[in-house]
Design a protein around this ligand. Structure first.
Ligand code: PLP
Length: 344
């Protein structure tokens, strides 16, 4: 029996040999005391890459997002998100608890918001209304098939935020995938926002960690929040060393994941009882299933293919660097074999 093809998420990757070597070599300090040189190196490289003054290494993307929102908001302010944003769906209600903000959802058909739909929902602070403090954009968009918001739309959002005095936060968990799909330097997307959080632990293959980038002032406030939330890490250079490998070595190969995901998406369309729910511009496939999604998950698992149910009739498959062409071929074969019949 050959190895499992694990398409549950791009978070499931094991550290690469190069990461283990980098960990063994990394000079370490105590980052809560501020003297871990490898963390400093990662933070300054991340800031430079995203076009910001400063950056802070955080344990997770959720913490990066929530710290940014807490810094941008006063309790009772309102935040605008796309209706299926990760910050709304998968961060345990944190905006209500940490930033203590009201949230308002913006509909979108395929994960890319319209300026007009956002503008309609902006509230001006008054005696009666909680002022809108932040627009948060997820690029790429997880629940909508890794959808990519183009550079021009990000510029329009920036203009809107300036017009209404909003802070612009980018949940850039997979922003390097977005930049790869668009064929632009990531800075085109990230330098337009007031804060961006990106994950080292998704397609970039690190075991743990995200980086929040912004102005020096924002990052100083973010360090305070990180400590408050229990996110201060000591010899964090071990993890930062992996993060540096991610930035230097893993970014350039994301296109390979996108190519494989597109091949898989094309094959899905030819399987009876399956259809793509969204286009697949990056590494995430959201698949509509005629039969219950759990039936597909179980059947595929028996064939060594792991994926997730993403609703009663939806599957999610995510391609990453530990899924190769053979893995994609096996997945396609397993899908084509269908659910089988009780008689067979
Ligand atoms: C994974 C993810 C995050 C952060 O998740 P953590 O598991 O907390 O690191 C944030 N936003 C999006 C869109 C994500 O996919």
């Amino acid at each position: 029996m050959s190895r499992k093809v694990d398409l549950r998420s791009d978070t499931v990757t094991q550290p690469t040999p190069e990461m283990f070597e980098a960990m063994a070599r990394a000079p370490l300090g105590d980052d809560v005391l501020g003297d871990d040189p490898t963390v400093h190196e990662l933070e300054s490289e991340a800031a430079a890459r995203t076009g910001h003054e400063a950056a802070v290494f955080v344990p997770s993307g959720s913490m990066g997002n929530q710290i940014a929102l807490a810094v941008h908001c006063r309790p009772g302010d309102s935040i605008l998100f796309e209706e299926e944003a990760h910050v709304m769906f998968y961060e345990a209600g944190a905006p209500a608890v940490i930033a203590q903000a009201i949230t308002r959802q913006v509909p979108s058909s395929e994960g890319i918001m319209d300026v007009a739909e956002i503008e309609k929902r902006i509230l001006k602070r008054s005696l009666h209304t909680p002022g809108t403090a932040v627009l948060a954009v997820e690029n790429t968009h997880n629940r909508k098939g890794g959808a990519v918001t183009p550079v021009e739309r990000m510029r329009e959002f920036r203009t809107l935020c300036d017009q209404y005095g909003l802070k612009f936060h980018l949940d850039g968990a997979r922003v390097f995938n977005a930049a790869t799909a668009l064929g632009v330097d990531v800075r085109e997307l990230t330098s337009q926002v007031d804060s961006v959080s990106f994950c080292l632990s998704k397609g970039l293959g690190s075991p743990v960690g995200s980086v929040l980038c912004g102005s020096s002032e924002l990052i100083e406030a973010a360090r305070f929040w990180r400590k408050r939330l229990g996110g201060g890490m000591r010899q964090a250079g071990l993890l930062a060393a992996c993060g540096l490998v991610s930035l230097r070595k893993m970014v350039p190969r994301l296109a390979e994941d996108h190519r494989r995901a597109a091949e898989l998406a094309q094959a899905v369309e030819s399987v009876d009882g399956l259809a793509m729910a969204y286009p697949c511009p990056t590494n995430i496939l959201i698949i509509e299933t005629e039969a219950p999604a759990t039936k597909w998950v179980e059947t595929l698992q028996e064939r060594g293919i792991l994926c997730m149910a993403f609703g009663p009739n939806r599957l999610r498959m995510v391609v990453h660097h530990q899924v190769d062409d053979a893995g994609i071929a096996r997945t396609i074969e397993a899908l084509r074999a269908g659910l089988g019949s009780p008689a067979s």
